[in-house]
Design a protein around this ligand. Structure first.
Ligand code: BGC
Length: 765
């Protein structure tokens, strides 16, 4: 893969500040040569009034609540800390100019949801994770940082590292899946890629890891819902990714909207102080989520806004996002002695430290150097090549009966489905600064791939959904799902006609981007009826049928898995999605993605995840027994397991060889397999290592991912893959939350997904 050059960003950084910057940096408080950061901030804080300090705790967005002229005035009055959702250099400069007119000229910082790309949109979190390719994921984050900082942004509200095991929750799309180990790795990689060698360097932005904590574990998969969890599960499974992000130096943490065992995160002193700051040693800024402080009233822990503010600031929420509660109530709370000035100082200091680290005190216009682009959306500001490369790495081939894929560039190919020609949907939900017009639809991508060597015919075939209530919900704020004037019947007839003329049919179906977003929980994981009816009609033509799935969550694909000839999971793959999908469909890229979440057989099975505990009565497929842990109306286990994904070639895995059958506390065990490419094409696969602690003081998962290796093999080629295991890899949180290993028997599993594995055993002495 082409390495991203920082040169463009560096050039920007080194360029002379534009004359259009209406005020020079020299007027702002500038650290003196040799002065330490803390001395500078101490000095500054001594000059600040209480109102100015409280002002620094406001993180606001221009909008109905804060019309631009009012906000500009507030910035001039020195009572605003930061602004989010302003994403162009002129827009940012105007506001920074106002800050430079305030009494102390403390610069603002600018934040935005750069979640899976900025101007160039990359695959959603699940799609990135499905690549199991840390360099590709890092590239996507580096490009995001380069593009976002070039627009003047200083902080992103990402990465989202919430472990999610319930696909009813729409925000599973944003995170990296169900596995703790994989998500923790990605968390660290993304934070380091955003922040680079330091935030004072060009092309970097501060990470804002979210949502702290356990946001992905809301009951019933309903957004914002209650989280009630044992401390063991919390520490073992859900907290490590946040910790990995904090350890990687994430400059900020966004506090989640949910409660945890009865205490909302935004009022949770244990979470924000005892755990985050004391135990983990986190030194950085904490941000509330949107309106979260006020929500403490609805949570039922505060009787008034005033009380909500008191709880939040005392718990350790430094900045308050987008409401004026801190500003309205903190002065009086301090006066009444209910909040001490040191609480305000502590929070204010974090904001100022963040600004210092961003280099804004050295130059408030640091991120605005160089010439403004004539066109913010100019084509040459995009990083298409990397986007395409990353997108195709995350696609997962779920079925390929009779090798219907890859497609040949010949004959007639019918491309059918409501998502086939959509540029908006392919980008996914948090593609806020990306422009749909710059995205490549599947239809366009396929057309690009075949040129005039084959004929493409297109029919929409169905609406994403015909359910009027769902349409009304999805279109409440934006016209996201366009329903054309033609009747479903007319579209179906046209689609069948197109299929009949074709040699092969590619059906592009799934979810519209808004179906897998914040506030998009659902109880039905099947593809919408309108689309399934279309698939049935296409199936009836008897033509080879390839389903390209575009979606943001594991779905119930029971019918499709039996009736489609091939199924390609493409997630929402970003600006270059259509080209990347075509690369895979035509075999220019051999798919190597692996699922980062289990796909259930039905919604009734969720939550379903591979690393569950055993029961006293585990179900045994070989010897099914009534009085075991099972459903009587459905099979146990997922339809497609965690870690699963096919290739256009085949791989075999040998038995596991262990370097010893017993290891001491200081020893290293080597587990080895030989993987062979048994097919006719070169291809990559992900060799996965899982471990099970057979008998411990508390029940341990049936298996847990401990490592993996992504390898490329030529046809017929074999490679030995070795993993090292040490005592540290076997530690867990026991019933007293002690993190330690326990001597005894362990199993090692190695395979190409979490189910189809080879086994070995050893004893930890
Ligand atoms: C979301 C956050 C997001 C914030 C700002 C909230 O509603 O929960 O993930 O960062 O809005 O856009």
């Amino acid at each position: 893969m082409k390495t991203i050059q920082f040169s463009r960003a560096c050039a920007l950084g080194l360029a002379i500040a534009l004359a259009s910057a209406s005020l020079s940096a020299a007027e702002a408080p500038v650290p003196l040569p040799g002065q330490s950061r803390d001395a500078f901030i101490d000095g500054l804080m001594q000059r600040m009034t209480l109102e100015e300090k409280i002002g620094q705790l406001r993180l606001v967005s221009v909008g109905a609540d804060h019309p631009k002229p009012v906000l500009q005035e507030e910035i001039r009055a020195g009572i605003t800390g930061a602004v989010f959702n302003t994403v162009t250099r002129p827009g940012i400069r105007v506001l920074q100019d106002e800050a430079m007119k305030s009494r102390l000229k403390i610069p603002l910082f600018f934040a935005y949801d750069v979640v899976h790309g900025h101007r160039t949109v990359f695959p959603i979190g699940l799609g990135l994770a499905a690549s199991w390719d840390m360099e590709a994921i890092a590239q996507s984050a580096r490009v995001s940082a380069i593009e976002a900082s070039a627009d003047g942004l200083n902080l992103t509200f990402s990465p989202t590292v919430d472990i999610a095991r319930d696909p009813r929750w729409g925000r599973v799309s944003e995170g990296f899946g169900e596995d703790t180990w994989l998500t923790s790795r990605i968390a660290g990689v993304v934070v380091r890629a955003y922040q680079g060698e330091g935030l004072d360097r060009p092309g970097t932005i501060m990470a804002g890891v979210k949502h702290f904590a356990l946001y992905g574990a809301g009951e019933g998969g309903r957004d914002y819902n209650t989280v009630d969890m044992s401390p063991q599960r919390m520490f073992q499974d859900y907290l490590p990714p946040y910790r990995a992000a904090a350890d990687a130096g994430a400059g900020s943490v966004m506090v989640s909207l949910n409660s945890i065992n009865g205490v909302p995160a935004s009022a949770n002193k244990w979470l924000l102080q005892d755990l985050l700051r004391q135990q983990w040693g986190y030194k950085g800024l904490t941000l509330s989520d949107h309106g979260a402080v006020k929500e403490l009233i609805q949570h039922g822990v505060a009787g008034s806004e005033r009380e909500a503010v008191k709880l939040a600031i005392k718990a350790g929420v430094d900045m308050n996002m987008n409401d004026d509660l801190y500003r309205n109530h903190l002065p009086e709370l301090v006066k009444a002695g209910e909040v001490s000035e040191s609480d305000i100082d502590r929070a204010c200091r974090e904001v100022l430290v963040a600004k210092y680290e961003m280099g804004l005190f050295h130059d408030p216009y640091r991120y605005l150097q160089g010439r403004d682009p004539v066109d913010t959306d100019a084509e040459d500001r995009l990083h298409r090549e990397v986007a395409r490369e990353v997108a195709r790495k995350g696609m997962v081939l779920l079925k390929n009966q009779g090798d219907v894929l890859p497609l040949k560039r010949q004959g007639t190919i019918a491309v059918i489905g409501p998502l086939a020609d959509s540029k908006r949907d392919v980008m996914g939900s948090w593609s806020a600064a990306g422009k749909a017009k710059q995205a490549v639809s599947v239809l366009q991508g396929m057309q690009n791939a075949i040129g005039d060597r084959a004929q493409l015919i297109y029919a929409k075939g169905a609406n994403v959904t015909d359910d009027p209530e769902i349409l009304a919900y999805l279109n409440e704020y934006n016209p996201d799902v366009v329903v054309g004037p033609r009747s479903p019947q007319a579209m179906l007839v046209e689609a069948v006609e197109a299929a009949k003329q074709a040699d092969v049919v590619v059906a592009v179906v799934g979810e519209s981007q808004g179906m897998a977003h914040e506030a998009s929980s659902k109880t039905n994981l099947r593809i919408a009826t309108s689309q399934v009816e279309m698939l049935k009609a296409l199936k009836a033509t008897g033509k080879p049928l390839v389903m390209v799935l575009m979606n943001g969550r594991p779905m119930d694909l029971r019918w499709e898995s039996e009736n489609m000839d091939a199924v390609l999971e493409t997630w929402f793959s970003g600006t270059e999605g259509g080209n990347a999908i075509a690369d895979v469909l035509f075999g220019d890229y051999n798919p190597s993605g692996k699922l980062p979440m289990s796909f259930p057989r039905s919604v009734g099975q969720v939550p379903i995840y591979y690393n569950h505990l055993n029961t006293g009565r585990p179900f045994d497929h070989q010897n099914p027994n009534k009085y075991t842990s099972r459903y009587f109306d459905a099979a146990n286990g997922p339809l497609y397991p965690f870690g699963f994904g096919l290739s256009y070639t085949g791989f075999s895995v040998s038995d596991v060889t262990l370097s010893a059958d017993k290891i001491g506390k200081d020893d290293t065990l080597t587990a080895k397999v030989t993987v062979k490419n048994t097919g006719k094409r070169a291809g990559e696969t992900v060799v996965q290592l899982y471990v099970q602690d057979v008998a411990a003081s508390i029940s341990r998962p049936v298996k847990e991912l401990k490592n993996y290796r992504k390898i490329m093999l030529k046809p017929g080629e074999s490679k030995d893959v070795e993993f090292m295991l040490r005592e540290q890899d076997l530690r867990f949180y026991d019933s007293n939350l002690r993190y330690a290993s326990e001597p005894g028997d362990f199993k090692v599993y190695i395979g190409l997904d979490s189910q189809d594995v080879k086994e070995g055993k050893f004893t930890l002495l």
